[in-house]
Design a protein around this ligand. Structure first.
Ligand code: NDP
Ligand code: 8X3
Length: 278
């Protein structure tokens, strides 16, 4: 029987997001900003967080004007546990708790052998990528459990599947994201709260500029001679994962650019050989 014969049609992934409230950490750039745009395009209301509030305000105005959705922005450093708890308390009191939490805020600092690494860089990566994700999840998950619905989507990385030279602590932080996704899923068994990771390979964002502390030449070199993923490519996948029906729980999505088949196999058009160069 076709829908035209009387059977109700199955809602598509886009329409399931209409009217949902989606919270995105790290929405001021890259994958987080693209995610905000795609969710707004699908009619979701947003809570957008990052440290650069000026950027979030610009994005809020753009999305409200273009899509007519409700967009709230807050300056937040996810490493600030009290700040996270206070903000989630405020969201609860204003009825702004999210149906979907996207733990995207993250960064890499440096690309050094472990024995030459900067302890400060390690702390920044672990505090942001692991502890920040934990603080957000610990604050929001109890509300999801209470209402017996919700979806946490963690942005991991292929760096959480395969270790590459000099990736050490960044790799460890993304392995932790993968382990925590699995752990949350196990602990949430019996509820209807879902937890997923979306794990991309090379995506052209501000990531490499941050990793190399504003060294634009070195950052541009990371993306030379091949087609990396765009932040919109990844946001599309995040939105797909979020738009699946509530009884479907995608644990992991691993996505590479077609020119990259592993951290060790990157095909650059200007080179005759595959390179290990991240
Ligand atoms: P960008 O540098 O473009 O964006 C990072 C975002 O995270 C920014 O909005 C930044 O906002 C935010 N952020 C960083 N630190 C904090 C903090 N302490 N508190 C709040 N927000 C913070 O990078 P991407 O978009 O590429 O990175 C997004 C995620 O994707 C990260 O988790 C990254 O590890 C992951 N990833 C990236 C890949 C890539 O190749 N680009 C590949 C695989 C995974 P602000 O500075 O304003 O606070
Ligand atoms: C970011 C991609 O290859 O630099 O997670 O680790 S990579």
């Amino acid at each position: 029987m076709t829908p035209s014969q009387g059977e109700p049609s199955r809602p598509d992934s886009h329409s399931r997001l209409r009217g949902a409230r989606v919270l995105v950490t790290g929405a001021s750039a890259g994958i987080g900003r693209s995610s905000a745009r795609i969710f707004a395009d699908r009619g979701a209301h947003l809570v957008l967080l990052a440290r650069r509030l000026d950027r979030l305000r610009g994005l809020r105005d753009e999305l409200r004007d273009r899509h007519g959705v409700d967009v709230r922005v807050f300056g937040l450093d996810v490493r600030d546990r009290t700040g996270v708890d206070d903000l989630v308390g405020k969201l609860a009191s204003e009825n702004l708790l999210p149906d979907v939490l996207i733990n995207n805020a993250g960064l890499s600092r440096g690309l050094d052998p472990l024995h030459e690494g900067s302890v400060q860089d390690w702390e920044e990566m672990i505090d942001t990528n692991v502890k920040g994700l934990l603080y957000m999840s610990r604050a929001i998950l109890p509300h999801m459990v209470e209402q017996d619905s919700g979806h946490v989507i963690n942005v991991g990385s292929i760096a959480g599947h395969i270790v590459y030279p000099r990736g050490n602590v960044y790799n460890a932080s993304k392995f932790a994201v993968r382990a925590l996704t699995e752990g949350m899923n196990l602990d949430l068994a019996g509820t209807r709260v879902r937890v997923s990771t979306v794990d991309p390979g090379l995506v052209e964002t501000e990531f490499s500029r941050v990793r190399f502390r504003g060294d634009d030449e070195r950052a541009a070199e990371v993306y030379r001679g091949y087609t990396p993923l765009s932040p919109d490519d990844v946001a599309d996948i995040i939105a797909y994962v979020a738009g699946t029906p509530p009884h479907v729980n995608i644990f992991q999505t691993v996505v590479y650019p077609t020119d990259q088949r592993s951290p060790y196999v990157l095909h650059r058009s200007s080179s005759n050989a595959d390179e290990a160069d991240t």
